[in-house]
Design a protein around this ligand. Structure first.
Ligand code: FES
Length: 103
């Protein structure tokens, strides 16, 4: 495990198909469990000020609650208007029952 990996949550904190917000410094990230695989992105939607962790996770896409734009979680690619700017994603490592991200 590289030194830059930061603990974000326990695997048991997130059921498959769910997302949660994790504070990190003055910002926050969204942590996702998609069919047992964990992903981390910025929590703030690139279209506005909405928190993506409050959105709806549908398969591997997250829908923002503000204007219903969507992103592909594993890549951060915008896939539904009005979102057009990619979401920042972070490398994730699961070590035992702990989830780490390269924040
Ligand atoms: Fe997220 Fe507009 S703020 S789609």
């Amino acid at each position: 495990m590289s030194d830059s990996m930061i603990f974000v949550c326990k695997t048991s904190d997130l059921a498959p198909g769910s997302v949660k917000r994790v504070e990190h410094g003055e910002s926050a990230v969204a942590v996702y469990n998609i069919d047992g695989a964990f992903y981390v992105t910025d929590d703030r939607c690139t279209h506005g000020l909405s928190s993506l962790s409050e959105g709806d996770l549908m398969g591997d896409e997250i829908e923002c609650t503000m204007h219903f734009g969507t992103f592909h979680v594993p890549t951060g690619k915008p896939v539904g208007a009005p979102c057009s700017i990619a979401l920042r994603t972070y490398k994730v490592e699961v070590r035992g029952e702990d989830v780490y991200a390269d924040l």
